[in-house]
Design a protein around this ligand. Structure first.
Ligand SMILES: [Fe+2]
Length: 214
């Protein structure tokens, strides 16, 4: 006689998209310093402001002029935290962390005043991308992730769209000191900022690089 007690009908989850969230432990002590770090960066970056006017209307990004901020010793502790989170993310995916390690290859800052927005995009040439919030408030726009499985858009059944498994655009709210990591291939964007307060974020990329031979 066969034993069916272990055979339970149910769902399997396939092709999940994993988003990691974490809070920078040192944030409250460094909050003012980090806000003025990014504002000073913008104030001194004439070329970056000029390019932002063309490429990033109504906002500022150091993407075009200062995208290797991870080399700045003032950000050492924060970058260490990013590395730890990327390591956790790789481990939680069960990637090969014996022979490969996440290495940061881009870090840039963004300021979005009122009416500024960030069109949908992805981050080529990396495996893990992330965003860290330096300044935001309850009215700041969320980051919106788009379901990459285009076939789902063909004829979606009527469903409770508030459930994550039925959504096509998932929104995650910013919070000062908070970080999100996501796969670099995942399309995302930020809607127009309707708040009178600036929204300040830092974006970064990691690639899984082979560990040097010891
Ligand atoms: Fe992005």
């Amino acid at each position: 006689m066969s034993d069916n007690t272990e055979k339970k009908a149910g769902l399997r989850v396939l092709f999940p998209t994993l988003i990691y969230e974490a809070w920078y432990p040192g944030f409250s002590a460094q909050e003012d310093e980090l806000v003025s770090y990014v504002e000073t960066l913008r104030d001194k970056d004439e070329e970056g402001r000029k390019i932002s006017e063309q490429q990033y209307p109504s906002g500022y990004t150091s993407y075009f002029t200062n995208s290797t901020l991870f080399n700045d010793s003032k950000l050492e502790e924060l970058v260490k935290f990013f590395h730890q989170c990327a390591q956790n993310y790789a481990r939680d995916h069960h990637w090969d962390t014996t022979n490969y390690q996440p290495v940061i290859n881009a870090l840039f800052a963004n300021i979005n005043p009122k009416h500024s927005f960030h069109p949908e995009h992805l981050h080529p040439y990396s495996h893990i991308s992330g965003v860290f919030y330096v300044k935001s408030d309850a009215k700041s726009p969320a980051i919106g992730f788009k379901d990459p499985r285009m076939a789902r858009w063909m004829m979606p059944p009527a469903a409770d769209g508030n459930r994550p498994e039925n959504s096509f655009h998932a929104k995650l709210a910013p919070e000062p000191g908070k970080l999100f990591l996501f796969p670099s291939w995942l399309e995302h964007g930020v809607a127009q900022n309707q708040s009178d307060r600036e929204r300040i974020s830092m974006s970064f990329n990691f690639e899984m690089r082979q560990k040097p031979a010891t």
